[in-house]
Write a protein that binds this ligand. Structure first.
Ligand SMILES: C[S@@+](CC[C@H](N)C(=O)[O-])C[C@H]1O[C@@H](n2cnc3c(N)ncnc32)[C@H](O)[C@@H]1O
Length: 236
């Protein structure tokens, strides 16, 4: 899977590298406790000051693994939620595929930025914390989409995130997970910390059934980055 992306723009990537050098030095950049990590995400968006090059994960396009999956999974009459929506591209793709889409991020700056990028969007954007979700979202969505949030978390936050994400899926609904992957037991010097099979399969321990698991690679200049796209179904 590949996508046309900002990674081939040398000027943009030059600004990104400069931003990385700065934000990698901030508290929480390498993990830390939940408060450190949350504060780091807030700071990244705030200090980006409107420049997407300064948000390391902002591709300014939906993930190809998502759009390719959506081509065979139209959302007419269905609801979706995008977790850790960042600047909104994946949420907009869900909406374009017909899903009545809610999207949230812990950073209110990210949410305001997404709204500004997509004026008139049908997506309901919210500032919300995955670890303190509104009660009305429990089991409320036909599709939950998780892209790159778990891999950005460290330690026991990961297992907590899996539980919170599973809680969003309605009976009969699906979870679409797109993250970097690594072999079981392979050391990761994150962030990001790619997911091991036992981590994404934790959703099965929470009662979701694995429908599909696709391992693929993304090529970036001199690197090949293993990924997983997994689809789970919550029994009706
Ligand atoms: C690596 S980025 C991925 C963004 C987007 N999903 C994408 O695919 O480009 C992780 C996102 O999760 C958000 N995030 C981190 N912790 C969160 C939390 N506890 N609740 C909600 N969002 C969170 C961050 O602010 C960030 O936008």
């Amino acid at each position: 899977m590949s996508s046309k992306d900002v990674h081939s723009d040398p000027v943009f990537m030059g600004r990104r590298q400069a931003a990385r050098d700065r934000i990698d030095a901030l508290t929480g950049a390498k993990g830390g406790d939940a408060d450190d990590r949350l504060a780091w995400f807030h700071t990244v968006y705030k200090e980006a000051n409107g420049d997407p090059a300064a948000v390391p994960w902002a591709d300014l396009a939906p993930k190809a693994a998502l759009t390719e999956w959506l081509a065979n999974a139209p959302g007419t009459g269905l609801t979706a939620i995008d977790i850790g929506c960042g600047l909104g591209d994946n949420a907009e793709a869900l909406s374009a595929a017909g899903y009545r889409t809610t999207a949230f991020d812990v950073s209110s700056d990210a949410v305001s930025w997404a709204k500004k990028r997509f004026p008139g969007s049908a997506v309901a954007y919210h500032a919300a914390d995955l670890f303190d979700l509104p009660a009305t979202w429990t089991a409320a969505f036909d599709l939950a989409h998780e892209c790159y949030t778990i891999q950005a978390l460290d330690g026991d936050l990961r297992e907590k995130a899996v539980g919170s994400i599973a809680s969003l899926v309605a009976p009969g609904g699906r979870l679409l997970l797109i993250n970097r992957s690594r072999g079981e037991g392979v050391y990761a010097d994150g962030p990001p910390w790619p997911l091991q099979p036992s981590e994404w399969r934790q959703f099965e321990h929470l009662g979701l059934e694995l429908e599909d698991e696709t391992l693929y690679e993304i090529q970036r200049q001199d690197r090949i980055i293993p990924h997983v796209r997994a689809v789970f179904r919550k029994p009706a």
